[in-house]
Design a binder for this molecule. Structure first.
Ligand code: PLP
Length: 287
């Protein structure tokens, strides 16, 4: 973890960064967040993450804490102070501090803003992508507004722990009709035997992944075929490849679902190519 955190207008030592016990993010999960991948010290997919942040805040009637331009400056300053080149930038905005009451404070209070920066080891991540990762499935048990990126992540945390306990890296939620919705912290994809890509449409109750969206641009530019429709875990196992996308995982091959190998059980060429194309585009458009 980077040494410097940002809390409500101040850069402070990470170990001394604190928020009020009556912060509604802490008390009620009344907060949203964003995570940017950092390449060469720059924020990947800036437009997508800012647009989703504004949308998440708007859906919850939380004010944008500062203009997009000011926020960009503070985010970049957080990265600079931590001297992180390859990493992740975390931003959280809560409704603010108020006496505990489920209904919103009236009049509204100032939103709380925190930022942290952490490094990632890109070489280790590339090695992991070359090996591929396992996923497990778990029944979908989240609320009906997974399109809002809130800090209410308990089902995601429990699902991730279920994966971790068996050496898997991600858990895929499966809805009542038997279709994969998304991962605990990623979107889910397959490449079918005909070479067509498939990922769940965003009318479903899933997060509109920014990496997912940027990868769709790459895929369309490359003239590859993609269907935005759901798949089952069995279809993933029968597919030639599967992978996940997210600011943390980028494009990460999945080689097993619930212990069953996907395709020939090795990372495939499509995911590897999309990973490198995505990284190239993200680097070229980072700010
Ligand atoms: N789905 C969920 C539930 C997530 O938490 C995340 C990222 O954390 C994603 C999908 C991927 O979103 P993005 O590509 O914007 O990081």
């Amino acid at each position: 973890m980077g040494r410097i955190a940002y809390v409500n207008g101040r850069f402070v030592q990470h170990g001394e960064a604190v928020v009020h016990i009556e912060d509604r993010g802490y008390q009620l999960g009344d907060a949203v967040y964003e995570v940017w991948a950092l390449f060469e010290g720059k924020l990947a997919d800036p437009e997508g993450h800012f647009a989703r942040l504004e949308r998440s805040l708007g859906e919850l009637s939380i004010a944008m804490p500062m203009s997009r331009a000011a926020l960009t400056m503070v985010l970049k300053e957080a990265v600079r102070r931590n001297r992180v080149r390859e990493g992740l930038l975390y931003l959280q905005v809560s409704r603010g501090v108020a006496k505990r009451d489920h209904a919103f404070p009236n009049p509204p209070v100032r939103p709380s803003v925190i930022m942290t920066v952490s490094s990632v080891n890109r070489a280790a991540d590339e090695a992991r992508a070359a090996r591929g990762v396992a996923v497990v499935t778990t029944p979908e048990n989240r609320w009906g507004r997974c399109d809002i990126k809130t800090v209410g992540l308990l089902p995601n945390a429990l699902a991730k722990q279920k994966a971790r306990a068996v050496g898997a890296v991600e858990a895929w939620f499966v809805d009542q009709l038997g279709f994969v919705t998304e991962g605990a912290s990623s979107n889910a994809w397959i490449v079918d035997r005909e070479g067509r890509l498939r990922t769940r449409d965003t009318n479903a109750n899933i997060l509109r992944g920014v990496t997912r969206n940027s990868l769709l641009e790459v895929i369309r530019r490359e003239g590859m075929q993609v269907d935005e429709r759901p798949f089952t875990p069995a279809e993933a196992v029968e597919a030639s490849e599967a992978f996940i996308t997210g600011a943390g995982s980028l494009v990460l091959p999945v080689i097993a679902v619930d212990g069953k190998p996907v395709g020939d059980g090795k990372p495939g060429p499509v995911a590897a190519r999309l990973r490198s194309l995505y990284i190239k585009q993200a680097k070229a458009t980072a700010v």
